[in-house]
Ligand binder design. Structure first.
Ligand SMILES: NC(=O)c1ccc[n+]([C@@H]2O[C@H](COP(=O)([O-])OP(=O)(O)OC[C@H]3O[C@@H](n4cnc5c(N)ncnc54)[C@H](OP(=O)(O)O)[C@@H]3O)[C@@H](O)[C@H]2O)c1
Length: 271
């Protein structure tokens, strides 16, 4: 009998999702990974079952779950699929907000609606949702992303309360900046150009954001921490994986007033 535990992972073709999938595989889990680009390459990750998945489409999610369930029902679902649009609040179009919310937040809502019945049928499971430090605090020119991650934080609290009787646990992962995320998933809002009233501040903030991510923490370590956490019987509701200064930023944000926070954040991002 197959004693290996099975994890389904979304957004596993790049960045933290890819590193997390490889960490689970290396720890002996059976890994079933989903991403849109796996449609072209089912063997994209060695030792991992790669299936096409678009989390903005209920049809695609259903097809993914049907195919994955034939291989094995999930002991854990890890949701990494995400994207952001960089831009000022004023110049990011509603359609650009919609794309980010649709992928990051509603993508998880859709996945959970399909996977929860399977987990109940299986006697329980663990649902891991990738939030961010931005799920706890806003930074300039990432409003669509920040809003989507705040939505995930609130939703996860509700979900955890509801599914506990079914032996289903929920964990929010709150990464700070990590290397390896692809610029492909960080487009600029179409209206951002040199004529923008925010042009100078935007150039400064996006330079800082890019610097922080490309000099961020090691994605392999994050993957290993998540795989290790899920090996335990009980998982924490929140797992923040960030550098010491980003941990500090969260505490400062929580305990200092909004005015002091704004001064610190503006000084950091807008030179
Ligand atoms: N990197 C960081 O510093 C950082 C920090 C905090 C939080 N996070 C979170 O960690 C997660 C991964 O981010 P990342 O920056 O490491 O990776 P990334 O390089 O930006 O990769 C994004 C992943 O999401 C998938 N994806 C995007 N839209 C999708 C859709 N509609 N359906 C299915 N998959 C979709 C992409 O695959 P396809 O294009 O093949 O579909 C890709 O695998 C995200 O939730 C992000 O918010 C990252």
């Amino acid at each position: 009998m197959n004693q290996r535990k099975t994890v389904w992972i979304t957004g596993a073709s790049s960045g933290l999702g890819l590193h997390t999938a490889m960490a689970f595989r290396d720890d002996g889990w059976q890994v079933i990974a989903g991403a849109r680009s796996f449609g072209d390459n089912p063997a994209a990750i060695e030792g991992v079952t790669c299936l096409p998945l678009d989390v903005t489409s209920e049809e695609s999610i259903r097809a993914f779950c049907e195919k994955a369930a034939v291989v094995a029902l999930p002991d854990a679902l890890v949701q990494c699929a995400g994207m952001l649009v960089l831009g000022s609040c004023e110049e990011t179009a509603p359609e650009e907000f919609r794309r980010v919310i649709d992928t990051n937040y509603l993508g998880m809502v859709r996945m959970n609606r399909e996977v929860l019945p399977l987990m109940r049928q299986n006697g329980g499971g663990k649902i891991v949702m990738f939030s961010s430090i931005n799920g706890l605090m806003g930074i300039p020119f990432q409003s669509a992303y920040t809003a989507s991650k705040h939505a995930i934080e609130g939703y996860a609290e509700c979900l955890a309360l509801e599914v506990k009787p079914f032996n289903i646990q929920v964990m929010l992962v709150e990464p700070g900046d990590h290397r390896s995320g692809s610029d492909k998933y960080r487009p600029h809002a179409a209206a951002m150009n040199d004529g923008s009233p925010y042009a100078a501040a935007y150039a400064s903030a996006t330079k800082q954001i890019h610097h922080d991510e490309s000099n961020g923490s090691d994605p392999d370590i994050l993957g290993r921490k998540i795989a290790k956490a899920l090996d335990k019987k009980r998982i924490p509701f929140r797992k923040r994986i960030a550098s010491p200064d980003q941990h500090l930023a969260v505490y400062i944000h929580r305990f200092l007033g909004a005015r002091i926070n704004a001064v610190i954040l503006r000084k950091y991002y807008i030179k």
